[in-house]
Design a protein. Structure first.
Length: 90
């Protein structure tokens, strides 16, 4: 009888720990999800399209980023670079 009581206590602890880990693991995922890197969709912008065209042209002529474009807005620069990388095949 004593062994039976010990086994049931052990099983209760194992189940409690498993449930606790499951809940805490879910909480960690819920907290971490807002911090995942979500790249903005630049594909509709003019600077992205310009980058794609120039990237394709450089790739076709075996050049490595022949035109160094600089834009006033940081977002435009990022959009151009994303488009260039897409067009160049990187």
């Amino acid at each position: 009888m004593n062994i039976m009581r010990m086994n049931s206590k052990c099983c209760v602890w194992v189940v409690t720990i498993a449930v606790g880990l499951g809940i805490s693991g879910g909480a960690v995922l819920a907290v971490a999800s807002p911090f995942q890197n979500h790249d903005p969709d630049y594909s509709k912008t003019k600077t992205y399209q310009q980058g794609v065209r120039e990237g394709k042209d450089d790739h076709a002529h075996n050049r490595d980023h022949s035109k160094k474009r600089h834009f006033k807005k940081d977002e435009d620069q990022k959009a151009y670079e994303a488009g260039y990388q897409k067009g160049h095949g990187n």
